[in-house]
Write a protein that binds this ligand. Structure first.
Ligand SMILES: C[S@@+](CC[C@H](N)C(=O)[O-])C[C@H]1O[C@@H](n2cnc3c(N)ncnc32)[C@H](O)[C@@H]1O
Length: 266
């Protein structure tokens, strides 16, 4: 019989957070299909992330800490000295994330705030990787940001209330080479989100697509693209070809069960 692997060795070499080491609280969102989809997207893009050599990574809405811990574990063996910041509106999420990070032997600065309120000046143009699994479920608007676990998923009209606040903030925070990975639902109108970001000069691609009986999830990656920036500056009334391509991609996605795109361009 071979020797059992010591738990500290597992902890040292695990590429992502281990569920048994993720802390919990009854008012904090537990890792779920959307959290797994986001971490799968980061794993699918891991080679690019390592080449990207980020200095500062930020998660907005860290919940249990599963995603920021996984990102830190993915990068730490090859890129030392990356600085991590995670925020959440829910104070319990901050404590739980602290415990999850500690259980995996990694560190992040944790801030209890609304999106990144109070950090804009400090972080403007500095963030190389931003990850967000926002509250995206369509709900009545008055459920958005309320106390308790509901604010973990309540996204208001079309599930877009928090997403639409995060997008312009991401544009301010991301460095010139910054990347944003964001979870969205088909009901959030992701092609319109891509068009909004396109107007700000960002290209986008779907890194993971996943359909369950309940929801159709997409993890979209955004990055500043010189061609898109030029394109965005042109005043045109007709749709551009890339825009039509984005729309056709999304319409194909809506017909696809459980498929995945791990392509390697940006
Ligand atoms: C869908 S959960 C995702 C949690 C975790 N990132 C994951 O993937 O498992 C959304 C998280 O965003 C937080 N949140 C909601 N509104 C927020 C806001 N305005 N600013 C910061 N965090 C927010 C919630 O408390 C919750 O922890």
């Amino acid at each position: 019989m071979s020797n059992p692997i010591h738990p500290s060795i597992c902890k040292m070499y695990s590429r992502i957070a281990q569920i048994r080491l993720v802390s919990s609280h009854h008012e904090v969102y537990e890792p779920c299909d959307d959290s797994f989809a986001l971490v799968d997207a980061l794993l699918a893009d891991q080679t690019n992330l390592l080449e990207h050599n980020p200095r500062l990574c930020v998660e907005v809405g860290c919940g249990s800490g599963y995603v920021i811990t996984s990102l830190a574990l993915m990068l730490r063996q090859r890129i030392p000295g990356v600085y991590y910041i995670a925020t959440d509106l829910n104070p319990h999420a901050i404590s739980v994330t602290h415990e999850t990070l500690e259980a995996h032997g990694v560190h992040a600065e944790l801030i209890h705030t609304d999106i990144v309120s109070g950090l804009e000046k400090r972080l403007a143009g500095m963030v190389d990787v931003m990850v967000v699994n926002p509250p995206y479920v369509p709900t009545p608007d008055d459920e958005v940001g309320c106390d308790g676990i509901t604010s973990a998923w309540a996204g208001g009209e079309n599930g877009r209330r928090v997403i639409d606040r995060i997008l312009p903030i991401a544009d301010v925070l991301l460095s010139d080479r910054g990347w944003l990975y964001m979870v969205t639902l088909a009901a959030n109108d992701p092609s319109q989100i891509c068009r909004l970001m396109r107007k700000k000069g960002y290209a986008s691609r779907i890194v993971v697509q996943r359909s369950t009986e309940e929801e159709s999830l997409l993890v979209i990656k955004f990055w500043r693209d010189p061609d898109t920036q030029l394109d965005a500056k042109k005043t045109i009334t007709n749709k551009t070809i890339p825009e039509r391509v984005v729309e056709s991609l999304f319409s194909q996605f809506c017909q696809l069960p459980f498929s995945r795109n791990g392509g390697s361009n940006s």
